[in-house]
Design a protein around this ligand. Structure first.
Ligand code: NOJ
Length: 557
């Protein structure tokens, strides 16, 4: 068993805007992250993924980069970043940063130069097309066409918002700039990157017209613009230029890669160390990506998706596992839907969160927690569209109205799915603004912060925070099984029960049983010594396991 640090690491995604504000402007900053490093250390994480902090107009909260070599003043300075890397390193915490290289902000100097002068060398850094008509009918991820007109008969291409023009990876000079940026940050001491939207960098089918999908005559770019033939050449070159020979990792946001091609991405000689899989994160959506098309799903489907993903990855390489991120709603609401604990049902919230925690820490792959998951944070009740910040949410709201939903329904859909659910400021304590800021928070806090906050959970022995801390310790103690062991589903008849084993080379096996439902479930089970049970003690007699509502156990034999 060859040991690799990034397989064993416990990752934590941090959204700087919402973590901790230290200067009273209502926006989290790098100094705030430094202040809270001891908290992260206490939790047990050893790999931080920091979402974008670069200079940016913040139209898409930093995923619209104006300068890759500068820290946005609202987050602090380059000295703060250096201090953060140094202090994290001293605590044994590695840092990876978000690399947004499919597009820049339209305020990036390259784009501004390209606009000013069609003969500028920067023109070729982006995708400009001369055409009388819109060059193709792909629909951008955030609304309208991917094409934006800049002059008579001249258009540029954007997969996301029109303020996020796509970079032209076909241009050798642009690619050289990209590698320079990545190497700059690696030389500075980051341990790698989370690669944003990377499967969009090669353009192919979205440059041609496709079958219209709706009244706007457009076709979703996510259907036709991902993982296009030839992308591997760019990704391999990037790996060779930046990662090979370094002690660094990459985790790619890589939707659109079919399981039978996944080995090219994450196998022994893959383009990345690991990728995020979205198959079960999007179980609540019907195909098409519209939030007003919710899918009615069953636990059996969830299980199928989880194990299909786990087994495909296991056959071919290494994956990253997660239940939450900055683009998703909170997992308690997503996976328990109308059965999710009400904000003040703390016992139920504990059981449901720890059931999800047991699942997450039991799966094979590098675990990434998202900030607040360790407190069992839930979706935030937003009472009007004006309370949201996220451009995607606002777009989805108006799309829902256009599709015939009334305001109440449209608001319900965005409440269920908004990316702002996971972006609400972090509740540190029960004081004003949850101790997040002395000023006016940029986005409202989840009003339950007085009952549910980090301080309170740290003061309790049996809180969600303490449970997650124990899970992390267990994962570190049982590396042979929980990190490197193989995974196998245990078939059970009970619809809401997720069951699997992790088996080490030595034969040592850990069994995981999770009851996602509200009723008691009884099943014949292989068990052994109890390693963890969110009820304290498991009930197992003569190989019959009784799982109480939302009970989760891990045993070893
Ligand atoms: C994926 C990021 O996770 C998301 O937050 C962002 O809006 C898009 N990429 C565009 O960069």
């Amino acid at each position: 068993m060859e040991r690799v640090w990034w397989k064993e690491a416990i990752g934590y995604e941090l959204y700087p805007k919402s973590f901790k504000d230290t200067n009273g402007d209502g926006i989290g900053d790098l100094k705030g992250i430094i202040e809270k490093l001891p908290y992260l250390k206490e939790l047990g994480i050893d790999l931080l993924w920091i979402c974008p902090f670069y200079l940016s107009p913040m139209r898409d909260n930093g995923y619209d980069v104006e300068d890759y070599y500068a820290v946005d003043p609202q987050f602090g300075s380059m000295e703060d970043m250096d201090a953060l890397l140094e202090k994290a390193g001293a605590l044994g915490i590695r840092v990876i940063i978000d690399m947004v290289l499919n597009h820049t902000s339209d305020r990036h100097r390259w784009f501004q130069e390209a606009l000013k002068d069609p003969k500028s060398r920067y023109r070729d850094y982006y995708i400009f097309k001369e055409s009388k008509e819109r060059p193709s009918n792909a629909r951008s991820c955030f609304s309208g066409s991917v094409w934006e007109k800049v002059e008579e008969n001249v258009w540029y291409y954007h997969t996301f918002d029109k303020t996020q023009p796509d970079l032209n990876w076909e241009c050798r000079e642009l690619r050289r700039e990209v590698y320079k940026i990545m190497n700059y940050w690696l030389d500075k001491g980051v341990s790698g990157f989370r690669m944003d939207a990377i499967t969009y960098i090669k353009k192919g089918n979205s440059m041609k017209n496709a079958e219209p999908q709706g009244e706007d005559g457009l076709h979703d770019v996510a259907d036709i613009g991902l993982n296009q033939p030839g992308i591997g050449d760019f990704l391999l070159e990037m790996r060779k230029e930046c990662i090979d020979g370094r002690d660094a990792m990459t985790v790619a946001e890589a939707p659109g890669v079919p399981y039978d091609e996944i080995g090219e991405f994450i196998g022994e000689n893959g383009y990345f160390s690991m990728i995020f899989d979205f198959s079960y994160a999007d179980i609540d959506l019907a195909p098409g990506g519209n939030w007003y098309y919710q899918a009615d799903w069953k636990f059996s489907q969830l299980k199928k998706l989880i194990f299909h993903s786990q087994l495909s990855v296991q056959r071919q390489g290494w994956g990253a596992v997660y239940l939450e991120n900055h683009d998703q709603s909170r997992s308690l609401n997503k996976y328990f839907r109308d059965k999710a604990a009400l904000p003040y049902e703390m016992r139920k919230r504990f059981l449901q969160s720890t059931a999800l925690g047991t699942l997450l820490f039991g799966l094979r792959g590098t675990v990434f927690l998202y900030q607040g998951e360790e407190l069992g944070m839930m979706n935030c009740p937003f009472s009007s569209i004006d309370e949201f910040d996220d451009l995607n949410t606002i777009d989805q709201y108006y799309r829902a109205l256009k599709a015939g939903c009334d305001e109440k329904k449209a608001l319900k859909f965005v409440n269920d799915r908004s990316r702002d659910n996971s972006r609400t400021p972090y509740p540190w304590n029960a004081k004003k603004n949850g101790g997040f800021t002395e000023g006016r928070p940029w986005l409202k806090l989840n009003p339950d912060y007085r009952e549910n906050n980090a301080q309170r959970q740290q003061n309790e022995d049996s809180s969600i925070f303490r449970f997650y801390q124990k899970m992390i310790r267990l994962r570190k103690e049982k590396t042979e099984t929980l990190v490197y062991g193989t995974i196998e589903e245990i078939q059970v008849e009970n619809e809401p029960v997720i069951a699997f084993s992790r088996k080490a080379e030595s034969g040592k096996t850990i069994y995981v049983y999770i009851n996602m439902g509200e009723d008691e479930e009884t099943l014949a089970a292989k068990t052994g010594k109890c390693l963890s049970c969110n009820y304290g003690d498991m009930i197992c007699k003569e190989n019959t396991l009784t799982l109480r509502p939302y009970e989760a156990v891990m045993t070893e034999s």
